[in-house]
Design a binder for this molecule. Sequence first.
Ligand code: NAD
Length: 450
Amino acid sequence: MAHKEPASQTESAAPKSEAAAAAPSSATQSPQQKGNLYSVAQAQLEKAARAMNLSHDVYTILSQPKNELIVHFPVRMDNGDYQLFKGYRVQHNNVLGPYKGGIRFHEDVSLDELKGLAAAMTWKCALHDIPFGGAKGGIKFSPRLHSKSELERITRRYTSALGNNIGPDVDIPAPDVGTNAQIMVWIMDTFMNVVGASEKQSVRQVVTGKTIACGGSYGRETATGQGLVHCVTEWAKDRHFNLNGCSFILQGFGNVGSHAAKILSRMGASLVAVGDYKAYIANPEGINPYKLSEHVTATGSVDGYRGATAIGREEFFSMEADLAIPAALELEIGEKEARSLRVKVVVEGANGPTYPEAEQILFDRGIDVLPDILVNSGGVAVSYYEWLQNKRSERWDLEEVETRLEKRMKKTYGMVRDLAHERKLDFRTAAYIIGLERISVAYNERGIFP
Ligand code: NAD
């Protein structure tokens, strides 16, 4: 299986000066000052806690992460200079199992963003009954501005700074925005060498989302996009809607977005507009995601793709289509976007893409919202399979992984839908309740030490 090259090799083949010039233009930037993801996550937790009567004790524990680690570490650049980096790892909760969550390399990484994302991982794993807790980490920098060798040194120094705060039974990172299988392999290799020869082979599962050669799982690269499509398929069945011949708009053409687009296109759906950090493009006749993928691999962006015309961000959010798939960053759908969207359903591939006020506007307009912790959970599901395979020294074939993923996604989707219908709740609140219920039972049975 081919894995995505590091950001420096794809999105940043350009020299530093050119890459810096490729910062988001006014045509791509979010029009509003971004809010605080942690506050949004808190509001969502509060809404679900109220709807299910969550005990005040459990709510109190879950309202803050268990650990917030911040590290500063120097790295030697290619020109010999030292540069200081700021890295984070937020460990939200581990009552159900080791902390689990992605590592983000992005210039906007902040503690509150990671706190919100770490909490989402706790709910996501609990929703799927996966024996992991929730975490998220990252480094505040733009990987596009660095060479492959600088990225490797940054990743290895970050891993060594985290020390034994991560580990195969402690906290297990995975790819997220700006990171990929290569970065995971560097983390694994650094960790293996630090623990020493006798333990080396037993810590391979310190990260998931690795390359196949280094212990990754078949199907992990496409898992999040594939899981998203399973949710869309179930939604379409319930709504008696035919996906063959339908259209969709997509924000973000990275791991999640590009694979979702390819799988949907194989089912007969047509990608009519797509945007990334640099540009938005549209073609009502349809954009071929395979050809677009080649263009993005070569140039780093959807910008300049010949099979479509450039549009602005506002135009993108008002394009008529059946599905809208945000698969880029959080808090991209505000009240304005919610009023503009002309779709039947918003499918949250990204984590936290929708403000609560915007979600209410979508509901009032009769637009369904399939929530992030359900839709993008295929990634952590297959990460769990990878962790299990490494632990047991097994290799499952693609068919086995995909069969397990499909069964899990459809079962969980059905549970969320049934609870939502039974209790007249939105899907997000229903999904939170299922996860919170499992966490709550564990706390009630275990109590707290001492
Ligand atoms: P990625 O780095 O592979 O791709 C991110 C995409 O978003 C790129 O196309 C990038 O150009 C685009 N983007 C960045 N800034 C943007 C902006 N301001 N406006 C529009 N587009 C922008 O990341 P990914 O792994 O695909 O993750 C995307 C989202 O999915 C994130 O919210 C992530 O947390 C979530 N997610 C990822 C996984 C996974 O397995 N990779 C799993 C669950 C959730």
